[in-house]
Design a protein around this ligand. Structure first.
Ligand code: ADP
Length: 415
């Protein structure tokens, strides 16, 4: 069979063009496929395609749909992350309850408070907070958030600021969000401040009223009577000194409380400090034996504040002198160990009841208030000692036996 040469050439040309077209077609499909796989990262463009560039409007719509879809996925992911992290790790107990107050969700802090099996239980049965039910009801009724300070009575008495959102519709249910904020320490600080102001006013009121009374007497019968005048002026001096020591103790306490968390950095030579203290007691009591210092002559240095440590020794020694009628001298012992210096101040006086010992460092606490006041005490001495030692990262330890005496001890670091 004879086949014309030109026909073969035409056929070859048609086949080559057809091959190129099929190749291009498959190539476009391959690329489209690859693009679709990574469509999250890069927007599609029909212009890059040999066959599909006429579908540009469709691709444009697809792109914008993809964009919206991606951003809504991102938003949902963010919300889930927020829910997981924020809700679960939020430091306060958080609850979600339904319309019959059954717990639907609770975070980790709430689980710690009410236990793992609290879910699906009624919140009022797992949280012993009287009035919580009323607060939830009020928030549902008024359809707005409510805040109230309520007390958890069991297992540990705690004061909470409770916030209830007011119910929100969720699918078919109504949900209420509850947050408990523990404000026990804030309330305690408020109470302590009120108590402190009341104590200071009470402490000042007594000498001030006494002074007013004595002044009136001096202006009356005291005017003519020298004896009465001298007697009352002496009492006035005593009361003014008491007020002055109260004010100076209050100032010391305020100052030391303010800097309690900054470590002192000075170097204190204990031999120098204690010899100075011993000399001052010997000269004021005209009795060399009132304070017996037991320490080696080898120089001992510690890290601290000279004046504050001096105040610690003076406050404890003053008490030992005030509250002991014993003839035995007060013993101040300094015993250096490897890293610490142990210091103890021991008297052989009347001693302190065991039940009073934990309260001694509280402000204004006195075992026998009438006697202490007569001795010119303020009830702040050991409180100041405690705060100074806290600043020196040390702690006061007290041992005492009635009619045998008391021992106050603490450690200081060796420089
Ligand atoms: P005050 O200014 O009343 O002495 P402190 O805080 O120094 O205040 O002491 C508190 C109370 O502790 C004193 O009122 C006293 O009852 C008791 N106290 C302190 N030291 C001694 C001690 N060495 N012996 C017996 N009682 C003491």
């Amino acid at each position: 069979m004879y086949i014309h040469k030109e026909l073969i050439s035409i056929l070859c040309l048609i086949l080559s063009i057809g091959g190129i077209i099929v190749y291009k077609f498959f190539r476009d499909f391959q690329r489209l496929n690859a693009e679709l796989k990574k469509w999250k990262k890069k927007p599609l463009s029909a212009r890059d395609y040999f066959f599909f560039h006429q579908f540009e409007p469709v691709v444009f719509n697809l792109n914008s749909h993809l964009k919206n879809y991606n951003s809504s996925i991102k938003k949902n992911k963010r919300q889930i992350l927020f829910y997981e992290k924020f809700f679960d790790l939020f430091p306060d107990p958080l609850f979600i309850v339904d319309e019959i107050n059954q717990i639907v969700e609770l975070n980790l802090s709430a689980t710690k408070l009410v236990g793992r099996d609290a879910k699906t239980k009624n919140i009022n049965s797992v949280l012993r907070i009287p009035n919580l039910g009323d607060l939830i009801m009020k928030s549902n009724f008024e359809k707005k958030p409510q805040i109230s300070t309520l007390k958890l009575v069991y297992p540990v008495e705690t004061i909470y600021t409770v916030w209830v959102s007011g119910s929100s519709k969720f699918i078919k249910n109504k949900l209420n969000f509850i947050r408990l904020y523990d404000c026990t320490s804030e309330k305690k600080v408020q109470e302590l401040q009120t108590e402190f102001v009341a104590n200071v006013s009470h402490e000042l009121k007594t000498p001030v009223s006494a002074m007013v009374g004595y002044c009136e007497t001096l202006l009356g019968i005291g005017k003519k009577d020298d004896k009465v005048r001298t007697k009352f002026l002496k009492i006035l001096k005593k009361e003014s000194l008491r007020m002055s020591s109260l004010v100076s103790d209050l100032l010391s306490l305020t100052r030391i409380e303010r800097i309690e968390h900054t470590k002192p950095e000075g170097i204190v030579n204990l031999n120098k400090l204690l010899n100075e203290i011993q000399d001052s007691y010997s000269s004021s009591f005209k009795n060399n034996k009132i304070l017996k210092l037991i320490m080696s002559s080898k120089e001992i240095e510690t890290i601290g504040d000279y004046n504050e440590l001096k105040q610690v020794f003076i406050n404890i020694i003053d008490n030992a002198i005030k509250y002991s009628d014993s003839k035995s001298p007060i013993e101040l012992k300094v015993k250096p160990n490897q890293e610490l210096i142990n210091i103890s101040i021991k008297d052989f006086g009347k001693g302190i009841n065991e039940s009073d010992i934990p309260m001694l460092t509280n402000r204004f606490y006195r075992v026998d208030s009438t006697r202490s006041r007569d001795l010119g005490s303020t009830g702040l001495g050991l409180s100041i000692v405690k705060h100074i030692l806290n600043r020196h990262q040390s702690e006061l330890s007290i041992k005492s036996k009635i009619n045998e005496g008391s021992e106050f001890s603490f450690n200081l670091p060796i420089k």
